[in-house]
Design a protein. Structure first.
Length: 314
């Protein structure tokens, strides 16, 4: 009886343990499944995002975008590399723009003040083959002159001689870079510097002569009547020499000059027929002496140019 009761108790306890174990096992299974799913979806979310992880269409679209971004990144890298290559190879850049690597194209860019194209020619070391190229380079802008200083190329000698074609106003407004570019380009030619000095001396001499003539006219005889009287009192040969400058005569008029000389030494106009040519000669000369429209101040532009260029070359 006692044994039967003990067996019944053990059976009941064992049955309850199995039930408990089954419940616990079931709970553990559910919990582990949930954890697995959460971990799996978390990895998918991290990789694709919540929407793409749940929607295959969105996931495919997202993958396509990723490939596109990768392609664009590759293109950006290639473009950056190309820019670096072109910046280091001006000739290639000019070719890409359809510009021929030649002195003609370079000259055209300078004349058109095409700074971007001209800079590529300068950086590439294109030659200054024509007489006007240095002048065009100097008068383009300060940026081009500065680039030339960084990449100097010797111009032909004639280029330096033609710098006098630049206006005095423009020469006087040259920047420091432009002045230095004159020196870098032309100081290498001593014969050019010597010629500038010779031309300056000649220009100063011509100016002094013209200025003396101008002052003589400006401060000379005030009226045509007093001019005639003065001419008759002075040496006739001087009259003829001066008058010839203002009134054209041919060799056939020499006799008229001789009669005029005789007349002036004695009684004015005595023994001379009223020759309109003689009267015209005297009248024209006197007019030039009294009409200040004939008297204009001399121009010192060339003196200014040579002085500035000589200074820039020092």
């Amino acid at each position: 009886m006692i044994l039967l009761a003990g067996a019944s108790l053990v059976t009941r306890l064992w049955s309850e343990s199995i039930k408990t174990a089954s419940v616990l096992f079931g709970l553990l299974f559910v919990l582990s499944s949930v954890l697995y799913l959460v971990q799996h979806h978390t990895q998918t979310f991290e990789r694709y995002g919540i929407i793409a992880a749940k929607a295959p269409v969105a996931r495919d679209f997202q993958q396509d975008l990723g490939l596109m971004n990768k392609t664009l990144s590759n293109i950006d890298r290639k473009v950056a590399k190309l820019k670096k290559e072109t910046s280091e190879n001006p000739r290639k850049e000019l070719a890409n723009r359809g510009v021929e690597w030649s002195a003609d194209s370079y000259y055209e860019a300078l004349q058109n003040k095409d700074t971007e194209t001209a800079l590529l020619f300068i950086e590439g070391g294109q030659a200054l083959k024509y007489s006007g190229m240095l002048r065009a380079l100097l008068t383009s802008n300060d940026e081009i002159a500065s680039a030339y200083l960084a990449h100097p190329v010797a111009p032909i000698k004639l280029s330096c001689m033609t710098l006098t074609r630049i206006s005095a106003e423009e020469l006087s407004s040259f920047t420091r870079a432009q002045k230095q570019a004159v020196k870098v380009g032309c100081a290498r030619y001593p014969s050019v510097i010597k010629k500038y000095h010779e031309n300056l001396a000649s220009a100063e001499e011509r100016y002094d002569e013209a200025n003396k003539k101008y002052l003589d006219l400006k401060n000379g005889v005030k009226t045509a009547g007093s001019c005639r009287k003065l001419l008759m009192e002075n040496d006739a040969q001087a009259l003829i020499r001066e008058a010839e400058k203002y009134y054209p005569y041919s060799d056939s008029n020499i006799d008229d000059y001789d009669r005029l000389l005789i007349a002036i030494q004695g009684d004015p106009m005595a023994g001379i027929s009223r020759n309109p040519d003689i009267e015209g000669l005297v009248a024209e000369y006197c007019k030039s002496k009294t009409d200040l429209t004939y008297a204009t101040p001399p121009d010192d532009t060339w003196i200014q140019k040579y002085r500035m260029l000589i200074k820039y070359l020092q």
